[in-house]
Design a protein around this ligand. Structure first.
Ligand code: ZN
Length: 134
């Protein structure tokens, strides 16, 4: 049990793994797969760099900073996901609705597709703006 005690002491207070770490590992795995076919030194160096960075992150004792990095990463993931969801909805509703961004609050609004100029009242910030549907 001595070894385990030493491991526990070594890892105590260190950050460990998170979603960003898992994503970095997945990214590495993908690069390794690409590297089988491409075999470039730059790619190899990149794989090594990401792996070392990942190990360094999990060994880090600055838990708060690592957690903030992970939160930033999750935020970016959410935005990308939201963007794709919106793209899917736009495609699905392309014949019946148009999507317009409110110039005041930047919220994306789903409007019925009726040809001509309209005055739109934003349900979020209650400001009016005009939009044209072709
Ligand atoms: Zn608005």
């Amino acid at each position: 049990m001595k070894f385990r005690d030493n491991v526990m002491r070594f890892m105590g207070g260190r950050y460990g793994n998170d979603q960003l770490g898992t994503a970095a590992l997945g990214f590495c795995a993908a690069l390794i797969l690409v590297n089988i076919f491409v075999r470039s030194n730059i790619l190899y160096a990149l794989i090594l760099a990401v792996m070392i960075w990942n190990i360094w992150r999990s060994m880090s004792r600055r838990v708060y900073e690592r957690r903030r990095e992970n939160e930033w990463f999750l935020g970016v993931c959410g935005k990308v996901k939201g963007w794709f969801t919106l793209l899917g909805r736009r495609w699905r509703d392309r014949k019946t609705h148009v999507y317009r961004v409110c110039p005041n609050c930047r919220k994306t609004l789903r409007l019925p597709r009726r040809k001509g100029s309209h005055t739109v009242s934003c349900p979020c910030c209650h400001s009016d703006f005009s939009c044209k549907v072709h």
